[in-house]
Design a protein around this ligand. Structure first.
Ligand code: SME
Length: 147
């Protein structure tokens, strides 16, 4: 199955799963579980905006750092830019925060609240180089609108 087709199925599955649910944490937890289980990523989860930092939210995978300052790392950069960041090789990203030495590539997608501000970021890490591309960015940006 192509990556597009797989994301299409996931989007339909998540739309049904999250329908009627109002708790943001519960929704993030199931989004992380579905994405992680479907693609076999190394780490899949959320960091929530709390004041001037991001705090670890629901995730699947190994333990991760719990606080990330505004503008720091890939997650803090995506928050600051209010835009998705695709990193083919984490060693080439200045300021990348290495929660795990196994992480090789990464994508971070901002989650928006009703007023358009960033309320969280979706962070996905792979243990393989250059796993994420425009297809992932486009579909993951659709996925986070369900939150
Ligand atoms: N690598 C991220 C930190 C979070 S972990 O990958 C789960 C970053 O640079 O923001």
């Amino acid at each position: 199955m192509s990556k597009e087709a797989q994301y299409g199925l996931i989007l339909r599955q998540l739309t049904a799963l999250l329908e009627g649910e109002e708790d943001g944490i519960a929704k993030m937890a199931n989004v992380a579980a579905v994405l992680h289980g479907s693609f076999g990523f190394w780490w899949t989860g959320f960091y929530r905006v709390a004041g001037e930092e991001l705090i670890l939210g629901p995730f699947q995978g190994p333990v991760a750092c719990m606080h990330i300052p505004f503008g720091k790392g890939v997650c803090g950069t995506a928050w600051k830019r209010n835009a998705s960041v695709v990193v083919p090789d984490v060693e080439q990203f200045p300021g990348h925060i290495a929660c795990s030495s196994a992480s090789r590539s990464e994508i971070v997608v901002p989650v928006h609240g009703p007023d358009g501000g960033v309320t969280a970021v979706l962070d996905i890490d792979s243990d393989r180089l250059a796993i994420f591309d425009e297809t992932d960015r486009i579909w993951l940006e659709k996925v986070v609108t369900l939150l």
